[in-house]
Write a protein that binds this ligand. Sequence first.
Ligand code: COA
Length: 207
Amino acid sequence: MVSRRGRFGKYGDFKRKSLLRAQRSLPPKDTKIKTAKGQSPLPKTRYQPLPPQFSVREAHMGDMPFIRSLSLKAFQQYGPYEESIPAWQAYPSTITFMAARGIEPVGFAMIGPSFEKDSGVSELLAISVAEPWRRRSVGTMLLKAAEKRATTLGMKRMVLHTAVENLAAMGLFRKMGYREVKIKKGFYPAGQDAVMMIKELYPPVNP
Ligand SMILES: CC(C)(COP(=O)(O)OP(=O)(O)OC[C@H]1O[C@@H](n2cnc3c(N)ncnc32)[C@H](O)[C@@H]1OP(=O)(O)O)[C@@H](O)C(=O)NCCC(=O)NCCS
């Protein structure tokens, strides 16, 4: 058992360093690190350009092939959403946001007016992030952009549906303040049940 003063007693660190110097693990006490005049003794690091950051913008027609192909990958287990999602985009009230890394699209989110009872409710029709870019807050950025626009349009609430087994999506939505309101049996064309989730947009929680 080592005492409270440590293995090297009262002058612990001093003794420890002397011992290391004696064993040549440390340079002698007064050694100066030699550098050319005005140079830092730290090793020079090569300049690394920062990777382009993610940004969010509104979608245009040129984004449709990406949206279609990502919808196929992300939603084919639920039904033919690679057909439905581009078709929804054709409605004038639909707004689609694209997440991009530089100029490369990496995800999208689509909102439109909800068919639930009152007006003033926007629906998140779809959200997806390409697999390599998941868990980097891209989904969060897209959802925030969608909520912000819905709020600007005077919407008081956002609703959405997601498959009951879709834990990643539910994790995102819960983290963003959505709460489950009901289960809809056989909601998807392939038969899976959906959970309907809702968030009050006013007062804004994620400005
Ligand atoms: C759901 C989806 C859009 C999330 O996108 P994302 O960019 O990975 O999400 P974020 O990085 O912003 O994650 C935010 C939070 O969501 C939760 N989350 C995201 N992915 C998760 C996962 N695989 N498992 C558990 N929680 C997850 C976490 O709480 C996460 O916060 P953290 O990373 O600090 O833990 C993405 O997984 C996806 O495209 N899935 C396929 C399409 C889909 O299912 N869409 C939803 C139905 S419409």
